[in-house]
Design a protein around this ligand. Structure first.
Ligand code: ATP
Ligand code: MG
Length: 255
């Protein structure tokens, strides 16, 4: 199983939009588990599910198993562990390593080809639990000055978390979102990211498309919508690019 964490501490940078469409796009290629770690629960809404106020992915922090939180979604290959809307991370003293432990105890990797985790825009125990199990981290960012800074901050958090836990740093993919090629600031910001963090980490940008906002109303991720649009084409390409990159990483590991 490959675990892909979608993260950026900057709010509103299309983490959830990306999580929902990557998870659904990957479901066309294998079995996928989507963990909605953000208590806003927008990823759950995005795959056609209601927010659960009784049981959700956050229930693992109060002794539940991960498996008992699973529910079906709009896609037969996509299983969701929804957000628990009223979970308060600050009510708990130590939440470290809980998700990693659940993965191991429940042999989650045997049941799914991919796990996609949507994370909140904070550097808290939820994000740390996610980074603990990450093989890859996708950082969506809006190509503005602060967006570029946020990518750097996210990378530092990632390296810090890996060092503290003595684990290999996850593969990083940086995804420009809400991109408009006619805006100079957007083009310049992408060039800054290339120069500062390396072109190899960059994925092709996702353009602005209002259908990406509207998909949450229907609960049908845009990559699964038969009506093609700029947003669905962009995210379908993103899924293909990621699959290619995963293959390259796997080849290098075999060597
Ligand atoms: N490419 C796009 N074109 C147009 N609107 C978009 C695009 N990507 C995302 N949006 C919209 O931008 C808003 C923020 O996106 P989203 O909720 O995915 O960000 P987020 O990073 O998950 O936010 P948060 O930090 O609150 O979790 C949403 O209203 C979403 O529908
Ligand atoms: Mg979100």
């Amino acid at each position: 199983m490959k675990t892909i964490v979608i993260s950026n501490r900057k709010g509103g940078s299309a983490k959830t939009t990306t999580a929902v469409n990557l998870a659904s796009g990957l479901a066309e290629h294998g079995s996928v588990l989507l963990l909605d770690f953000d208590t806003q629960g927008h990823a759950s809404i995005g795959v056609g599910c209601d927010l659960d106020e009784g049981l959700g992915v956050h229930s693992i922090f109060s002794g539940k198993t991960l498996c008992e939180t699973f529910i079906p979604t709009v896609h037969k290959n996509l299983t969701l562990s929804p957000a628990l809307a009223f979970f308060d991370v600050y009510e708990y003293f130590d939440l470290s390593g809980v998700l990693k432990n659940r993965f191991k105890m429940e042999s989650i990797a045997e049941f799914f080809d991919y796990c996609v985790i949507d994370t909140p825009p904070t550097f808290d125990a939820l994000l740390k639990n996610s980074l603990d199990v990450a093989d890859s981290v996708v950082i969506p960012f809006v190509p503005h000055h602060l967006g570029v800074i946020a990518v750097g901050q996210m990378l530092r958090a990632l390296y810090q978390s890996a060092t503290q836990n003595g684990r290999k740093v996850a593969d990083v993919y940086i995804l420009p979102v809400m991109y408009n090629p006619h805006i100079v600031e957007h083009r310049e910001s992408i060039n800054k990211v290339k120069k500062s963090f390396g072109e190899a980490k960059l994925l092709s940008p996702i353009g602005v498309d209002i259908n990406l906002a509207k998909q949450f109303e229907s609960g049908l991720p845009i990559v699964l919508d038969s009506k093609r649009s700029k947003g669905s084409n962009d995210y379908s390409r993103c899924v293909s690019e990621l699959l290619e990159r995963f293959q390259e990483v796997d080849k290098c590991q075999v060597k």
